[in-house]
Design a protein around this ligand. Structure first.
Ligand code: PLP
Length: 419
């Protein structure tokens, strides 16, 4: 569903005019739609039919506790990559027994915390990490449920920074090496093998890489069975692509059907979990910003906005495209021009959108679309810019779910030393 549409010439978030929100909370402002979050999660859940499954939202995409709570209430599980994200899930009312804990460098404290909270699985990313989990499990007197994250070495044909499943990536262990890790796990006193995990990358817009990866995982499960290692669960990760501009990804229904067909063809009935982040939250959020100034030089027109790369890093980091549209129609006589939409941060790379045809004046509001995932969570305080306010909309209601930071918050933990 698209929760951000024009009615009566002005952009609405569900049934709330965006301008009503920014009039109160100012800009830059992240706005998320509850209905869009829910419908994206439910589409995955429904696609599995009666195959045993768990849809785990990847918390790093959007970790606001109100967003997590919205999904937890539907029964969502969660994929976390730090102890901090697990704390958020708990604060949001999420169920730790539905949490998968991934990440290449979990600390002893994080592992102990995860074991005490009773997570479903700690996803092991190296032999050294397995040793650490065993030793922490002994210390806290728990048996650690684990999955081994394997690297199926498929090319997801996405941006190199968001491709994780290649042999050269730092994530997981190779298929070959995983055999040894599983044996090591089997022999360990405080480890219980749950399953195999993989996650091949992000913003993948075709089915083939997922099917290739699953086929390799299935052949691994068969090899492991011959070695007397019993696999009870498959965690197939996230990475399902969304429409930012002109991409044509399959629907979540189509993605899931391809996975189910691949499992059926191999006669595998194991429960599976998936970990979509972007495809649940990405198009459930926008970033609203005000045009501060218009400026031109001999080469370019610039629309300088009050949001910047510190608020939404994806364009600067990956050259990512986000659609930028006016919140209200231009005033009579405003000329249409091609603008670079840029922020106030002192970096040439602080560009939110290149070569956009817009009719805008200073003071106008713009919406930067598809900003619900990897938007706020990747934001920073660079240039001592307080991070944006976050708002959740539910039909004709809205509420602030994270206040705008104050400048004093930004140096509250700092000290002037009298030397
Ligand atoms: C980032 C991540 C995800 C989510 O990826 P999306 O592209 O947002 O769906 C899932 N699992 C793991 C292990 C991840 O690191």
């Amino acid at each position: 569903m698209n929760a951000f549409t024009m009615h009566g010439g002005t952009l609405h978030a569900e049934n709330v005019p965006v301008r009503n929100i920014t009039n109160e909370v100012g800009t830059p402002c992240y706005i998320y739609s509850k209905a869009a979050l829910e419908s994206a999660w439910l589409a995955y859940d429904k696609a599995f039919g009666d195959h045993p499954h768990l849809v785990c939202f990847a918390v790093k995409a959007n970790s606001n506790i109100s967003v997590l709570n919205t999904l937890a209430k539907l029964g969502s599980g969660f994929d976390v990559v730090s102890g901090g994200e697990l704390e958020r899930v708990i604060a949001a009312g999420g169920d730790p027994s539905k949490v998968f804990f991934s990440g290449v460098a979990k600390s002893r404290e994080e592992i102990a915390f995860a074991l005490q909270q009773g997570v479903r699985s700690i996803n092991i990313e190296s032999p050294a990490e397995l040793e650490r989990v065993q030793s922490v499990a002994v210390e806290v007197g728990k048996v650690a449920p684990i999955s081994v994250r394997v690297n199926p070495d498929v090319d997801p044909q996405t941006h190199p920074y968001i491709s994780t499943g290649l042999e050269e990536a730092k994530f997981g262990v190779s298929m070959q090496a995983s055999l040894h890790v599983f044996q090591q796990a089997k022999a360990a006193s405080h480890i219980e093998i749950l399953g195999v995990a993989c996650h091949i990358g992000s913003q993948i817009t075709t089915i083939t890489p997922f099917v290739d990866a699953l086929e390799r995982v299935i052949s691994l499960v068969k090899t492991l069975a011959e070695m007397d290692v019993d696999i009870k669960h498959l965690d197939l990760g996230g990475g399902y692509g969304i429409v930012y501009n002109d991409e044509t990804p399959p629907s979540s229904q189509e993605f899931m059907q391809a996975l189910l067909d691949t499992l059926a063809a191999a006669d595998i009935q194991l429960p599976i979990s998936i970990e979509p982040g972007r495809s649940i939250a990405g198009n459930a959020g926008i970033l609203v910003t005000e045009v501060a100034y218009l400026k031109e030089n001999t080469e370019k027109n610039f629309a300088i906005i009050d949001a910047a790369m510190n608020d939404l890093m994806r364009p600067s980091l990956y050259g990512a495209w986000h659609t930028i549209s006016p919140v209200t129609p231009p005033q009579e006589g405003t000329p249409e021009r091609v603008y670079d939409v840029v922020g106030p941060v002192c970096e040439t790379g602080d560009i939110l959108g290149r070569d956009r045809l817009l009719a805008v004046e200073a003071g106008d509001l713009l919406a930067i679309h598809s900003a619900g995932a990897y938007g706020f969570t990747m934001s920073s305080n660079y240039n001592t810019r307080p991070r944006a306010v976050e708002v959740l909309v539910n039909d004709q209601y809205w509420a602030t779910i994270r206040q705008r930071e104050k400048t004093s918050d930004l140096f509250a933990l700092e000290t002037v030393i009298d030397w």
